[in-house]
Design a protein around this ligand. Structure first.
Ligand code: CO
Length: 136
C-alpha cells in the first residue's frame, strides 16, 4: 500500500530562518514553497534523494501548526507516505478501525491529494497519506 516516505515534516517557528539554516548547514535548497491557506501553513519542500524534507511554518497562532508550536515547540510534526490510490488507502484503514483525521482526501501543496491519520492509535505518529496528481 505504501510506496515510500514522500516527506518528513518539521514544524518551524520562522520559515525564512529555517530555510537559511538548512541551506547553510545541510546544503539543502528549496524546490517549492507554497502557502496552503485552508491548512494554515506555509511549506518549503527541500529535495533529499527520492524524498523531501518539508519545513512547515504556521500562517498564524490560531492554526494547527501554530498551536503545535505553542505547546510543543519546533520539531518533527509528521511523516508523509506516498500511496497510489488515496481513497482506497483510507477505506482500508477505516475497515481496520484506524482513527482518521480526514475521512476523505483534500487538496494539499503541489496539487497533491492528502489525508491525515490520527497519532492516537498509531503509536504517537501523525501520518499524512499523499497521492501525486495524475499525469496527463
Ligand atoms: Co506534509
Amino acid at each position: 500500500m505504501l510506496n515510500k516516505i514522500e516527506h518528513v515534516a518539521l514544524a518551524v517557528a520562522d520559515l525564512d530562518a529555517a530555510v537559511a539554516h538548512y541551506a547553510d548547514t545541510w546544503g539543502l535548497e528549496v524546490e517549492h514553497r507554497e502557502r496552503v491557506e485552508d491548512q494554515g501553513v506555509e511549506e518549503a519542500m527541500l529535495p533529499l534523494g527520492d524524498s523531501y524534507l518539508q519545513l512547515l511554518g504556521a500562517t498564524g497562532p490560531d492554526t494547527t501548526v501554530g498551536r503545535f508550536l505553542a505547546t510543543r515547540g519546533e520539531g518533527l510534526h509528521h511523516i508523509a507516505y506516498e500511496v497510489d490510490d488515496l481513497p482506497a488507502a483510507l477505506a482500508g484503514l477505516k475497515d481496520k478501525g484506524v482513527r482518521l483525521i480526514d475521512e476523505a482526501p483534500r487538496r494539499g501543496g503541489r496539487g497533491h491529494l492528502v489525508a491525515f491519520v490520527h497519532p492516537k492509535g498509531n503509536h504517537g505518529l501523525l501520518v499524512e497519506l499523499i497521492q501525486r496528481p495524475r499525469s496527463g
